[in-house]
Design a protein around this ligand. Sequence first.
Ligand code: FAD
Length: 367
Amino acid sequence: MTPMFDVAIVGGGPVGLATAIEVASRGLTAVVLERRSGDVDKACGEGLMPSGRAALERLGALHRLSADDCAPFAAIRYMQEDGRGVEARLPAPGGLGVRRTALRAALAAEAVHRGIDVRESCGVRSHRIDARGVTLVTDAGEVTARFLVGADGLHSPTRRALGLEGAPRGRRRFGLRQHVAMAPWSSCVEVHWSRGVEAYVTPAGKQRVGIAFLWEDGAVEPSPDFATLLAHFPVLGARIAGAAPDSRATGAGPLRQTATARTTDRAALVGDAGGYVDAITGEGLSLGFEQARVLAEVLPGALRIGASRASLAAYERASAEAFARYARLASALLWTARRPALRRFVLDRLIDAPAVFGFALRGAIGA
Ligand SMILES: Cc1cc2nc3c(=O)[nH]c(=O)nc-3n(C[C@H](O)[C@H](O)[C@H](O)COP(=O)(O)OP(=O)(O)OC[C@H]3O[C@@H](n4cnc5c(N)ncnc54)[C@H](O)[C@@H]3O)c2cc1C
C-alpha cells in the first residue's frame, strides 16, 4: 500500500526543497516530486541576499556548500556605462553567491538526511483533490497526501491546474545566464546598466563569476546569445575578455507571472509558482525561503482542521504582503531602467552621495 504523506510538494527546486525541510522540522511527513534529475540547473543570478543566506543556514544547507561553489559578497554596486559606480554595503552577514546546481544539491542532501522522500524523474502530470486528500498522478505512479504544495516554478502547471493563474500583465522581460571561469574581481554583486538591458555579475565560487542579463521584449534582437548581450557592456566585456565559459547559457522568461491567490482548499503555492515580477531586485530565493517558513508554521494547525482555504489565511496574508513590497520595489526599478536619462541622472547623484544609496538599499530590502 502506498503511504499517505502529510504534504506532497510538486517541484524540487530550492523553494520546494526548503518547504519540505521546514514542514519536516515541524513533524510532518513530506514527499518532493521533481521531474528532472541530476544537476538541476536554472537561469538565475545566484545571489542570495542576507535574509536568504540566513534562511539557508536555518535550513541546515549552508555547511554543505563548498568554497568552490559559493562566494560571499558584502555589497551591491551599480555601474554606469562609463564604468563609474556607487556601492552600498549589505547588513551582516552579507550576501552569498551560490552556483544553482550546488544550492539545489545542498538542499536535497539536507532533505534526504532528514528522512524526506525526494523523488527525481518524477514529473507530476495531474492531481485531484477531494475530501480525503490529494492524489497526484506522476511519471512513476500515484502519490497520495493530505496537502499539495505547488513549487513548480515560474510557469507552474500546478498554479494553472488549481485555477489560480492570473492574466499576463506588463511588458515581457527575459533573462539569460552564463558563468565564466575566473577569480571574482570584487566582493560586490555588480549591476551594470545599459539602454534596455542590465547585467548582474555575481561571484559564485573561487574560480567562477556568473553573469545574468535581463532585457525587455524589443530592446535587443529576438533570442539573443551571450555575446550579443555582452556587447551592450564594453566595460564588463573588457573585464572578462579571454575567460572561458564555465556553464551553458541558459534562458528564462517571460518573467512576470501572476497568481490570483496562493492558497485554495488543501493546496498552496510557494516560490515563483506563487507569482513573480522580475529578477531586478535579486530577491526571488529569499522571498521563496520566507514563504516556505511561514507556510510550514501554518500547516500543522490547518491540517488538524481539514486545511480549508480559510485555515490558511495567515499564509495567504503574509505572502501577499511580502510580495506587494517586492513588487513595488521591482516596479520602481523597472520604471527607472526604462528611462536611461533619468537613471543616469539619479546614479550620478548617488555616486556623489553614496550614503544615500546605502540608506535606500537597506530600506528597500527591509534591513
Ligand atoms: C535571469 C534571472 C536571474 C535571477 N537572479 C536571482 C538572484 O540573483 N537572486 C535570487 O534570489 N533570485 C534570482 N532569480 C529568481 C530565482 O531564480 C527564483 O526566484 C527561484 O529559482 C525560484 O525557485 P523555485 O524553487 O520557486 O522555482 P524553480 O527553481 O524554477 O524550481 C521549480 C522546479 O519545479 C520543477 N517542475 C516543474 N514542473 C514540474 C512538474 N510538473 N512535476 C515535477 N516537477 C516540476 C522544475 O523542474 C524545477 O526544478 C533570478 C531569476 C532569473 C530568471
